[in-house]
Design a protein around this ligand. Structure first.
Ligand SMILES: Cc1cc2nc3c(=O)[nH]c(=O)nc-3n(C[C@H](O)[C@H](O)[C@H](O)COP(=O)(O)OP(=O)(O)OC[C@H]3O[C@@H](n4cnc5c(N)ncnc54)[C@H](O)[C@@H]3O)c2cc1C
Length: 493
């Protein structure tokens, strides 16, 4: 380490994680810190990761990224949520939207009012009270100051990395092309000293960020951080991905379609659709999964189907000595709720907040590891919920998921919601109460009770309250315009 502390940050890998880290580090620290990114033209990025969650807007705001410029560069579209087809049972579709549904009071969320309204036969479907959901259903969008939508993006992963490279280099980050052959550690303390590249270059640093993807060349192969395998909760371990030409105007939402042995994503960009099937090789062969994907895509193929192998789980530590894992090198939870890019962002933001300016402090490292761990555990539980709470028992895959033991933390949440309709979001949970409610009810849980404060209202008052919210949503949707037309107008296309 330099005598003055951490002054040289070296990022190994130039996928989404590497360039997000480089852009954020360089934009935050400017000339104070030298940011060098090493990437290999010979080793491809994972090439998927095209749906996001609303927190990405915060990341872009911090980097002062202009939205139209970003959307143009990445062929991006807007995303208001995810439509889940065939998850509760083969015939049911539900929507997990961003944003709120209805309005609650300090003691009770909207679901309590709705549950009583439903019991008395006066409430419409839960989604009728959500602006984002109704806007998505009508394939609309708008950016209005008086009627705000919560949204995220669909983006082209390759173009996004390229775009972020531009941001990072503008702020002074330096790119080194080459394949890392060896990670050199110090004999006295095991800290990483340098990366040796195949062409003989030596890249020295004080802090190393491992963005080398699943293999975790620094964090695992060198620092042996350890890996917790969560395949028993989330058995899918393969995906087959394929890009097709767009055949319809892009929907402002992702589709997640359940199959007999996994599920399929459909991510609409301006010019093409990202498709893929996530599956478990215990229940289906790669050939069969590929055939299912090919039978369920529309539009001419732009790529060949490509199988990606993964193991669901997390590194036991994200930060070891002077090495921090960001992105797939830190672990992976499958892409159902588009949480990986969000976790890249969280890993970077916490690193910036806890930046070891004067040197690495074990207690800071521990705090960092604990925080990220808690966030990831909450995401894991949320994803397990989608698989476990289902009426589906129609194939060995769904039979296993419905009967498998689940984390105690999730078991507790499900029980509380089932009995009382209550959801309390722990501080580290990225997903808001409304996300849990939509998915729990969408997957088939109907709470038995509701909060007694709702009974302070007469039936007439409750009907007026619910009707009023529904009308507000309808009025909001009336201000929206077709999504594709909006994108074109906004980007001047
Ligand atoms: C099937 C699937 C679907 C996904 N969908 C989503 C989604 O919808 N939303 C979401 O948020 N996330 C999604 N993800 C996750 C997302 O793709 C990743 O989080 C994101 O792309 C970041 O990847 P990465 O940069 O960590 O790794 P990679 O993209 O694998 O990049 C690794 C980089 O390291 C470099 N490298 C590796 N070894 C060396 C070496 N020896 N020398 C030099 N350079 C090296 C490579 O050249 C490359 O630049 C998905 C993942 C999968 C598997």
């Amino acid at each position: 380490m330099s005598a003055e502390g951490i002054r040289r940050v070296v990022i190994a890998g130039g996928g989404t994680a590497g360039w997000m880290a480089a852009a954020a580090m360089a934009a935050t620290f400017g000339k104070r810190i030298n940011v060098t990114l090493v990437e290999s033209d010979d080793i491809p990025t994972v090439g998927v990761g095209e749906a996001t969650v609303p927190s990405i807007l915060t990341f872009h705001r911090l980097l002062k990224i202009a939205e139209p410029e970003f959307l143009k560069a990445t062929m991006g579209t807007f995303k208001l949520g995810i439509e889940f087809d065939g998850w509760k049972n083969r015939d049911t579709t539900y929507f997990h939207s961003f944003g709120d549904t209805g309005q609650g009071c300090w003691a009770a969320g909207f679901q309590h009012f709705w549950l009583r309204g439903r019991r008395e036969g006066m409430a419409a479907e839960y989604g009728e009270y959500c602006l984002e959901l109704k806007t998505a259903e009508q394939q609309k969008f708008n950016l209005l100051s008086d009627t705000r939508l919560n949204y995220a993006y669909h983006l082209d992963a390759g173009l996004y990395a390229k775009f972020l490279r531009g941001v990072a280099e503008k702020h002074g980050a330096v790119r080194v092309e080459g394949t890392i052959d060896q990670v050199v550690t110090r004999s006295d303390n095991g800290y990483i000293e340098a990366l040796l590249l195949a062409d003989g270059q030596r890249v020295e640093g004080d802090l190393f960020i491992d963005c080398t993807g699943f293999k975790g060349m620094l964090i695992e192969q060198t620092m042996t951080a350890g890996f917790d395998d969560w395949s028993h909760y989330l058995p899918c371990n393969r995906a087959v991905a394929l890009q097709t030409d767009a055949t319809e105007s892009p929907r402002p939402y992702t589709k997640a379609i359940a199959h007999d042995f996994g599920w399929q994503w459909r991510i609409p960009l301006q010019h093409r659709t990202g498709n893929g099937v996530v599956f478990c090789d215990r229940y289906v062969s790669e050939d069969e999964a590929t055939a299912t994907l090919l039978a369920n895509v529309e539009g001419a193929h732009r790529t060949d189907p490509r199988v990606i192998k993964f193991t669901t789980g997390q590194r036991q530590k994200y930060w070891v000595k002077n090495c921090v894992a960001v992105g797939l090198s830190s672990g992976f939870i499958e892409p159902m709720e588009s949480t990986s890019i969000h976790m890249i962002q969280q890993a970077i933001m916490w690193l910036l907040l806890m930046f070891p300016n004067q040197g690495i402090d074990d207690s800071v490292v521990q705090d960092y590891n604990d925080r990220l761990r808690r966030e990831v555990l909450a995401i894991r539980d949320f994803i397990v919920l989608h698989y476990h709470v289902t009426e589906r028992r129609d194939t060995p895959f769904w039979e296993y998921l419905a009967n498998m033991p689940i984390p105690q933390t999730l078991q507790h949440r499900l029980q509380v919601f089932k009995e009382s309709g209550q959801v309390f979001k722990p501080q580290d949970d990225f997903f808001a109460e409304n996300s849990w409610i939509q998915v729990m009810m969408g997957q088939g849980i109907q709470p038995e009770g509701y909060h007694p404060i709702v009974d302070n209202m007469s039936s007439q008052e409750l009907a007026a309250f619910l009707g009023n919210i529904q009308r507000q949503v309808q009025q909001g949707v009336a201000k929206m315009v077709p999504h594709e037309a909006f994108v074109k107008r906004y980007l001047g296309l």
